[in-house]
Design a protein around this ligand. Structure first.
Ligand SMILES: CC1=C(CCC(=O)O)c2cc3nc(cc4[nH]c(cc5[nH]c(cc1n2)c(C)c5CCC(=O)O)c(CCC(=O)O)c4C)C(CCC(=O)O)=C3C
Ligand SMILES: [Fe+2]
Length: 358
């Protein structure tokens, strides 16, 4: 069986509220001990209530799991898929306990986050480790490995390229060629960014690398080279702490002043069209663009794109082979090469990130 030594796949995600009553307890889970200002929490709560108190993220994960299961079955692979979240039901602690009860001995974990940083990798690993440590003593906790950072896997990139092409096609003909590609990811504190990856700075350089590749592939597909750039959304935390900039809305103001007629917002930092996408981009940033007279479209994130679903299967088979000691190709596009399988000690743990954790 090409999935040996693994006997399960664990999809590990952020989680989100499903009913209005869930919103406050969810936000408390996310922000416990984080020093997020009260006003910011109320503001973010409003985003959720605007969507009926229901985040799209859990349904998106259900759809992704269904797509993965179908794809695995079509490829003759018998690997059960489990799902656990860091901040909402199903909580990862309950999921790994169930895995132990089901007799899972070794699992591979795919986090719904493609990049390196404390927030986008280490926090998932730490929460998983805590969940495994909490498995009741009468059960044997599985060993769980985590899939490498997959931002530059060709399948993830292909899904994003398709999203950009569809968004470009949706722009009015007269502005399509002049449209800027504005790649977007979640802002994080500058100190967390500097501490990301084994040698620091991975978060930003991974994003810049993948944006360049997506922009190149879009240029090849359309025969038109467009200017691309990188911006950030969803800043939180204290205004006194520096976070990655520019904010997407601030940058749109500048682009309007420069006379840029159209943009495609490309949420390459996100794996699905969850709340940060449907509120921060579709609601807020698109309104900013409209006010400024910029034609704007938002590209779809990877979601359940077949190229991404296939990439997940390829990543599972790649890692399984490597754990069996086989030397297999590790597909990666861009300049950085494939990411490490196992994070070295201290990976993504800068001074500031560890302070944020306590
Ligand atoms: C890098 C990154 C990703 C991308 C990687 C990944 O996907 O993991 C991400 C994703 C997400 N972030 C999400 C939601 C929230 N993030 C918050 C707060 C924060 N995010 C941070 C970073 C990231 N976040 C950081 C440094 C903070 C500050 C507090 C802290 O140090 O932890 C807060 C608190 C309120 C606020 O201040 O915004 C909320 C509600 C949801 C769920 C969306 C839904 O419900 O559909 C998703 C997928
Ligand atoms: Fe977040």
């Amino acid at each position: 069986m090409p999935t040996v030594p693994y006997d399960a796949l664990l999809l590990l995600s952020f989680g989100g509220p499903e009913r209005p009553e869930d919103v406050v307890p969810f936000l408390e889970n996310v922000t416990r001990g984080r020093g997020i200002p009260r006003e910011r929490l109320e503001e973010v709560g409003r985003h959720y209530y605007l969507f009926g108190g229901r985040s799209p993220i859990n349904d998106q994960n259900r759809a992704l799991i269904a797509a993965i299961e179908k794809d695995l079955a079509e490829h003759g692979l018998d690997l059960p898929v489990y799902w656990g979240n860091r901040n909402w039901e199903p909580y990862v602690a309950d999921t790994v306990e169930q895995m132990a009860r089901d007799g899972v001995r070794r699992a591979l974990c795919l986090a719904t986050s493609a990049y390196s940083s404390w927030s986008s990798c280490r926090q998932y690993r730490d929460n998983l480790a805590d969940a495994l440590a909490a498995v009741p003593a009468d059960l044997v906790a599985p060993q769980v490995d985590k899939v490498r950072a997959f931002y530059n896997h060709p399948g993830f990139v292909a899904a994003n390229v398709d999203g950009v092409l569809a968004a470009l096609a949706d722009l009015p003909d007269e502005v399509r060629d002049a449209a800027r590609l504005v790649f977007v990811t979640h802002s994080i504190p500058v100190s967390m960014s500097e501490a990301s990856g084994p040698d620091g700075g991975a978060y930003v350089s991974q994003h810049l690398d993948v944006a360049a590749v997506v922009a190149d592939q879009v240029a090849a597909a359309t025969g038109a080279t467009r200017t691309h750039e990188f911006v950030y959304c969803s800043r939180s935390g204290s205004p006194h702490v520096p976070w990655l900039e520019p904010d997407v809305n601030d940058r749109l103001e500048e682009l309007a002043a420069e006379g840029v007629p159209a943009v495609v917002l490309v949420p390459v930092g996100f794996v699905s069209d969850h709340m940060e996408v449907v509120y921060d981009l579709d609601t807020e940033a698109l309104a900013t663009a409209e006010r400024l007279g910029i034609e704007a479209r938002r590209a779809a994130s990877a979601g359940t794109h077949p190229a991404f679903v296939a990439a997940i299967r390829e990543l599972v088979l790649e890692r399984a082979a490597r754990e069996r000691g086989e030397d297999v190709p590790r597909p990666a596009v861009g300049a950085r090469g494939p990411s490490h399988d196992c994070c070295p000690a201290g990976c993504c743990l800068g001074e500031r990130a560890s302070a944020a954790r306590s």
